[in-house]
Design a binder for this molecule. Structure first.
Ligand code: FES
Length: 136
């Protein structure tokens, strides 16, 4: 088991022995300690990328580690949107990295994207008006 933990802290002392439990992350088996959060167990195993950004696909991971930013969203036992930094790891838990979700404002072909800003809306409206769209 990879262990990126501080086991002997100069102020806090040695880490107390705890029960080791197994869980899976993206189909691979890892070990963590009882009392770990999903985030701390994954970090201790050297995993920093918890999901990808929905639009850019850029890697995301622990940011605030106090439950505020939702950057650490993962899927746990088929329930998506779980904050890894706030959720205790449990034996045999199935954790999956956040996947790129479909953007509700984008169409499959990109031709009929809904406007995101007022300027986008104006452009779309003018285009529709020019094309004689009956909805204008
Ligand atoms: S890292 Fe910010 S909510 Fe988990």
């Amino acid at each position: 088991m990879k262990n990126n933990r501080i086991t002997d802290h100069p102020v806090l002392g040695k880490i107390e022995p705890r029960n080791v439990i197994s869980f899976t992350f993206d189909g691979k088996i890892y070990k963590g300690y009882e009392g770990d959060t999903i985030a701390s167990a994954l970090l201790a195993n050297g995993i920093r990328k918890l999901r990808v950004h929905e639009e850019t696909g850029h890697p995301r991971g622990i940011y605030c580690n106090i439950g505020h930013c939702f950057e650490c969203r993962v899927t746990v036992n088929d329930e998506s949107g779980i904050r890894a930094c706030m959720t205790p790891i449990q034996a045999d838990m199935i954790v999956e990295s956040g996947k790129m979700e479909p953007d509700p404002l984008k169409s499959e072909d990109g031709a009929t994207d809904l406007p995101r800003t007022y300027a986008d809306f104006e452009k779309t409206y003018k285009r529709m008006e020019k094309e004689g769209d009956p909805h204008v």
